[in-house]
Design a protein around this ligand. Structure first.
Ligand code: PEP
Ligand code: MN
Length: 376
């Protein structure tokens, strides 16, 4: 059960102490406090764990400082919906809104190679009105002999160039907790020119120690990718690890599943599950067309498969698109074959816009239908 307290509750007040005193007296119940810091207010939620079935929702809602009580299932305690439409399904970070109601594009380099290419990317993004990007500094590779990323060494110029071109959020994969520390240090050294969203890749979806470290993170939100060989439920539970440690600012990314059934795409595209994740949890949902498709192939209509699947995810309500671009894909150190070209950026963004408008039209269409069946 979750008790949602009145916004900005004063934790030194007598009412709050009375509430906590009462909860501590309940037999076989443990309490866990979770604070959700928004731009305007702090929401405090009290999680009651243990023998909660005998507690009445009415009685718990009537306790001092409690705005309402929600009964939750065991699944996805913090990030789940639990049939409560009032809890937030969005957050703001460094001036950018992330929610189940909007769409952000993170186009950028799969792997940072040199300052020239980073600058070309950032400049093109600014020219196209973009404020977010992806930049890989720490690359988990299948072979130990492949390029592993420039690591900490490239962070100063990545962050400075991001600041120079008005980029507010850089999605950056981390594969070890020391990387989070390094990102903090370099942001500090360079004067915080930008913000960072920690990305946990598909190979680390169930790296529980990494999840706990990112979950204890107070500043950075997290983009968690679905594990490529595990069930959706297992991946959503991995997201819950982040939230249970305190960081509920999580975006969940669908990036395709590893099976030859998806051939000739690199992975089996799973974007039909965008609405499923939105229904089960309060997380905004990201799609990664680059790592799903893995090529620049196109059909007889000349539309790239990468763009087709992007549109399919967006028209189903996706909230974020993570996509690889490169100024010279032939020379990219990682994933060149799937990278889009700089000249394709405005065309790609416009194609996304077409799909988003179609989704918004579908929402209105459904509203109209539902209103008509309620009236008749
Ligand atoms: C990436 O986004 O660069 C990446 C390595 O993706 P994934 O974890 O989905 O393979
Ligand atoms: Mn990649």
């Amino acid at each position: 059960m979750i008790l949602i307290l009145t916004p900005d509750v004063d934790t030194s007040s007598d009412e709050y102490k009375t509430l906590m005193g009462y909860l501590h007296e309940l037999p076989s119940i443990q309490t866990r406090i979770h604070e959700v810091k928004g731009l305007k207010q702090v929401l405090t939620e009290v999680y009651l764990v243990g023998e909660t079935s005998s507690l009445s929702l009415e009685e718990m809602s009537a306790l001092p400082c409690v705005e309402r009580a929600i009964r939750i299932s065991d699944e996805y305690r913090i990030l789940g919906r639990h049939k409560d439409e009032l809890r937030a399904s969005h957050f703001d970070y460094n001036g950018v809104h992330f929610g189940q109601d909007n769409l952000n594009v993170f186009a950028g380099l799969c792997a940072v190679d040199n300052p020239k290419n980073v600058e070309a990317m950032m400049k093109a993004l600014q020219e196209n009105g973009q404020t977010c990007t992806r930049m890989g500094a720490y690359k988990p590779r299948s072979s130990p002999y492949s390029f592993q990323g420039h690591g900490k060494e490239c962070l100063p110029y990545v962050f400075e160039l991001a600041g120079k071109y008005g980029i507010k959020v850089v999605a950056m994969e981390v594969t070890h907790e020391t990387h989070i520390e390094e990102i903090h240090q370099v942001l500090e050294q360079t004067g915080h020119p930008t913000g960072v969203m920690l990305q946990i890749g598909t190979r680390n979806t169930q790296n529980f120690e990494l999840l706990k470290s990112a979950g204890r993170e107070k500043e950075f939100p997290v983009l968690l990718k679905r594990g490529f060989g595990i069930t959706l439920e297992e991946s959503l539970n991995a997201a819950e690890y982040l939230a249970s440690e305190g960081n509920a600012r999580v975006i969940f990314a669908l990036r395709g599943m590893k099976t030859n059934m998806g051939d000739p795409h690199r992975n089996f595209v799973d974007f039909a599950q965008v609405p499923v994740v939105k229904r089960l949890t309060r997380m905004p949902v990201c799609i990664d067309p680059s790592h799903s498709v893995g090529t620049r192939d196109s059909g007889p209509d000349n539309i790239l498969d990468v763009m087709h699947v992007t549109a399919q995810g967006v028209i189903a309500g996706a909230n974020m698109v993570l996509v690889d671009f490169h100024p010279d894909p032939g020379k990219a150190l990682v994933d060149g074959p799937q990278a889009l070209l700089m000249k394709e950026l405005p065309y790609f963004l416009e194609d996304i816009q077409i799909a988003r408008e179609a989704y918004e039209k579908r929402l209105k269409h459904t509203e109209k239908f539902l209103a008509s069946v309620t009236v008749n």
